[in-house]
Design a protein around this ligand. Sequence first.
Ligand SMILES: [Fe+2]
Ligand SMILES: [Fe+2]
Length: 416
Amino acid sequence: MKKRFIPEALTLTIYNRDATAYGVSFMTDSDVASFVQFADEGDTGFKNAKSARVSTRDYEGKTHVTAVMEGLAAGKNYLWRVGCGSDCSEKFKMKTVDTDSDSLTFTVYSDSQDRKHFGKWWRGAWQDAKERFPDAALCLHGGDVVENGKTHDLWVRALKYNKGLFTSMPMLPVTGNHDHMTAAGDVTHRYFNISPPADKKEPLLYYSVDVGPVHFTMLSSGDYGYTERQGLNAEQIEWAKRDIASSDKKWKVVMIHTPFYSPGKYGSHPENAGQPTALRRQLNEAFAKLGVDMVFTGHDHVFSETYPITADGRAEHTSPYVIKKINGEYYRLAVSPKGPIHIESGCTGNQNRAIECGAGLDEVSAGYFKDIVETPRGCVGYIGVRISGGVLTADYVLKRVSDGEDVIVRRFGIKK
Ligand SMILES: [Fe+2]
Ligand SMILES: [Fe+2]
């Protein structure tokens, strides 16, 4: 019997800023011509399928295939598949994002790095999210996808365990320090096919995407080598400012791995706070003045929510909040905040960390936090975000891996 073709490290992303093209990446041992096809949902035989634009190159003894699915319609169901020569993968089903809508649901994962389980814990999180947020159109990943980015096999295992996520919705990743591990810069871009900004010279992965009412600006905290503890370099800072300023979307969301504010070991401990304090100095003013609403971060494997951070770097303690009942649940919403709210996105791997604020290590972070939640041992934590008109609501969900018990532990958001 013929062996089924199994592409390694298969991922799906949004390729371009206006979200009309999707990027595919996978690796194969085959050296014959590769293809990626997509078809209308009803065309199960792929009779009228379209072919994606494919490129190949050698990578660590394998063929790395990247492809761009162009001309996709907004908010539409498609079937897609990949293959090499006469070999073909199974059919996958996806729904494209609705670029014209004024509402959007997405999920946020971070730090799925995992020494023993190779992404299995992360699978628990997104399978949970599939039920809680069935209308999610895409997901974000806050970095540290794997424990050692240089080890290709770790990517293969983590992406294989989570294939169901990657084949059904696009993921927007940012690079964590564990995803660098090489003098050549981020390795994340080797596993996700995303079009870089036209004028980018940096080896780091940064880009932006518009989806419905949201402009996403995805930054690289550049934790390898020269930017370590110095924040971002000038090229990326200037690009980020231009990029955010160029968007007239109602909502502006930023994601970056290293937190500006953290109640964990990297934000709270003065010895580890070089990068956070540099990022505040470099970007707080621009974020507040350019109307950034929410900044999602990772790295410290906890959940935290700051007060709105003003242009001069203060936590705006007098900013009003309201409690609003939405779809039967009560959310605490910041009302027209004067700067972005920074969210540490929890942890979908197995490396839980403690809150260190208040343990004599809080010189840096004291006073910034509206809320803090540890990810308890044995649990993963992720966030579901729903945006509709002028209201953003977010649920922070904890799921115990051993028995699948899950609970929404925080409901928060923004009204403007
Ligand atoms: Fe991490
Ligand atoms: Fe990290």
